[in-house]
Design a protein around this ligand. Structure first.
Ligand SMILES: Nc1ncnc2c1ncn2[C@@H]1O[C@H](COP(=O)(O)OP(=O)(O)O)[C@@H](O)[C@H]1O
Ligand SMILES: [Mg+2]
Length: 228
């Protein structure tokens, strides 16, 4: 099934002013469910902007966006937040964990937005997810007591907790040493082999080599789309 379809998407920041920036220009892109995609390109080429648009963190200036074959271009902010929370998991370069909160409480945070689950169910699900990312022995640790790679695994467990269709990761290994980076990419690989769609940004070829498809951006355009 087609998960993401962008038709002629452009994004202009500070439109009409002297500092107008075309971050994306007439991008056309289709991503199928189950793909493992790397987005590459120099700094400022539009990688994060593309990720934010596909992940409903921002809206395009023009063009059409279909998510699971439904036109998502004109959804309200509330509808977009609903899709974000139920269908999409995010992982960021800086981990973005709450500092004074245990690994477990960080992981179950997205479950708090829907009141479907009891506290016991949330604790059970969070514990299971931390086991899944090999952190069973770090459940009650705070982020400052964890290594960078462990913090990123907590962030991945959090991204997975609502069983999203797709995980978006913006430079997920950007703050990690090479050993932890490979560990994180192996975890992504496992998740993809289990059927999860994964889309990540990186500027390292070695990290991109884990993906099955690489999109290269330059000046807001996709200049290469290759399968490997
Ligand atoms: N909020 C913003 N306001 C104005 N310009 C922005 C904003 N975000 C990004 N840009 C500009 O848009 C272009 C693309 O940025 P970005 O998508 O962050 O690139 P990348 O992630 O590839 O480094 C850059 O020229 C950047 O300066
Ligand atoms: Mg970026």
């Amino acid at each position: 099934m087609t998960l993401v379809k962008l038709e002629n998407i452009s994004k202009v920041y500070n439109k009409g002013s002297e500092s107008e920036v075309f971050a994306l220009r007439n991008v056309n892109l289709t991503i199928e469910s189950g793909e493992f995609v790397a987005i590459m390109g120099p700094s400022g080429s539009g990688k994060s902007t593309l990720m934010h648009l596909i992940g409903f963190l921002d809206r395009p200036s023009s063009g059409k966006y279909f998510f699971e074959n439904q036109d998502a271009t004109d959804l309200t902010d509330n509808e977009l937040a609903g899709i974000r929370n139920s269908k999409i998991g995010f992982v960021f370069q800086a981990f973005n964990l709450l500092p004074r909160t245990t690994a477990l409480d960080n992981v179950i945070l997205p479950m708090l937005y829907s009141d479907k689950n009891s506290e016991a169910e949330m604790i059970q699900a969070g514990t299971k997810m931390l086991k899944h990312v090999a952190l069973a022995d770090r459940i009650n640790h705070h982020p400052s007591e964890l290594s960078g790679g462990q913090q990123q695994r907590v962030a991945i467990a959090r991204a997975l907790i609502n069983d999203p269709k797709v995980i978006f990761a913006d430079e997920p290994t950007g703050n990690l040493d090479s050993k932890s980076s490979i560990e994180i990419m192996n975890l992504f690989k496992q998740l993809n082999e289990a059927g999860r769609t994964l889309i990540f940004v990186t500027h390292e070829e070695e990290i991109a080599s884990f993906a099955h498809r690489v999109l290269r951006l330059k000046d807001g355009e996709i200049i290469q789309d290759s399968r490997q």
